[in-house]
Ligand binder design. Structure first.
Ligand code: SIN
Ligand code: CO
Length: 381
């Protein structure tokens, strides 16, 4: 699925991470992929991350879900909005909204958040740390985009909502169904529903902070370091001054500290596994009985279809003799037929099997058994 009249190279060159862009309905035939009732149903489920924001006067009150089923009938006239995270994990038609944005690598994609708002509802003026495409699904929303913000930008007192103290609008549009607003990280934005039944789909990206990257990479490195791997100085000579930490000692200590950090190949393997860990563990597709290699072979011969778990994350690293596939935190070295299959799995939401895949049967069985793929006819089980 491609957006019409949308020049990907031009977008990446002039807008991505640089400035906001309004894209008037680029879909061939926009259809809202989720009913408001279905969204409300998800917001009542355990394990789904959801928030409700109710406005009264000039202030915003935040509640976290799951919500009781009668909560949305009791909201009164005050403008409100419901926000549900990772709806793509539960609704395949919502997951399909990601397809036109696959020109951005999988590992940068976070999830699709869906909001529903009553007339006048919204989350208030704020900025995010991530790029986002805001797709107007149903109804209308007025979006204002403003100044660039950072950690020193003044906020209003309500710490959870991180609302901006000031807003200087540089763009102001009413989005209708199918319209898309791209907002780069750090730009102030404020969306207010115009009329009832306003639904917005946020295609959200992720970008690791240096802090998290360093903490998580070093946590991984230290996990298997031995206690007897220590500083040693069998070549020690008489100290010039007993108080001095000699330059040679600092050189040796510094080398000890950074040696493993500099292993780029080990970093690449760790990052592939780490970044493919699922965000939420709820959508568990593991079969009750593990599938055997022989059963998988039979499925390949029948031309069965395997679906990709929408909550699973897939990516690969190219290597000299194939690819290293990452799926849900595990790594699979793949050669020849399996390498080509691994690339297909990363690019498609389903795989049509055929007998030529017999050299990749073990890979397929492993992916089914860890719940990353599932045979189509089992989906409803
Ligand atoms: C919304 O859908 O109302 C909020 C999306 C956002 O501003 O990031
Ligand atoms: Co936002």
């Amino acid at each position: 699925m491609q957006l019409s009249d949308f020049d990907i190279d031009l977008f990446l060159r002039d807008y991505w991470q640089k400035k906001p862009l309004l894209i008037r309905n680029p879909w061939n035939d926009w259809r809202n992929p989720l009913e408001p009732d279905e969204l409300a149903g998800l917001a009542c489920e355990e394990g789904v991350e959801t928030r409700l924001i109710v406005q009264s006067g000039g202030s915003w009150a935040l509640e976290h879900g799951p919500f009781p089923e009668d909560r949305f009938g009791n909201l009164g006239a005050a403008p409100w909005t419901l926000l549900v995270q990772a709806v793509d994990h539960y609704a395949p038609d919502v997951a399909a909204l990601l397809d036109p944005f696959r020109f951005i690598p999988n590992w940068r994609i976070d999830d699709v958040m869906v909001s529903y708002a009553s007339d006048g509802g919204g989350v208030g003026p704020h900025f995010d740390q991530y790029d986002v495409f805001l797709i107007q699904g149903l109804g209308k929303r007025r979006w204002r985009v403003g100044q660039r913000c950072d950690d020193s930008t003044p906020l209003r007192p309500h710490a959870d909502l991180r609302l901006l103290a000031d807003f200087e609008a540089t763009g102001d549009w009413v989005l209708e169904q199918g319209d898309i607003l791209y907002v780069p990280p750090g730009f102030a934005h404020d969306g207010v529903a115009v009329g009832e039944d306003c639904m917005t789909y946020s295609i959200g990206f992720r970008a690791p902070s240096r802090h998290d990257l360093m903490v998580e990479w070093t946590e991984h490195l230290v996990a298997d370091m031995a206690d007897d791997d220590r500083y040693a100085d069998p070549d020690l000579t008489r100290a010039v001054h007993s108080g001095e930490i000699a330059p040679a000692a600092i050189d040796r200590l510094h080398a000890m500290a950074i040696e493993k950090l500099l292993d780029r190949d080990a970093f690449a393997r760790w990052f592939g596994q780490h970044s493919s860990m699922p965000k939420y563990a709820e959508a568990d597709w593991r079969p009750e009985e593990p599938v055997t290699v022989a059963e998988m072979q039979a499925l390949a011969e029948e031309g069965a279809v395997l679906l990709r778990n929408p909550a699973s994350r897939f990516a690969f690293l190219r290597e000299a003799d194939g690819v290293l596939l990452f799926a849900d935190g595990n790594a699979f070295p793949c050669r020849s037929v399996a390498a080509a299959l691994a690339e297909r799995i990363c690019a498609q939401d389903h795989i049509v099997l055929d007998p030529s895949l017999s050299d990749a049967i073990e890979l397929l069985a492993a992916l089914v058994n860890q719940g990353s793929l599932m045979a189509d006819d089992e989906e409803e089980d």
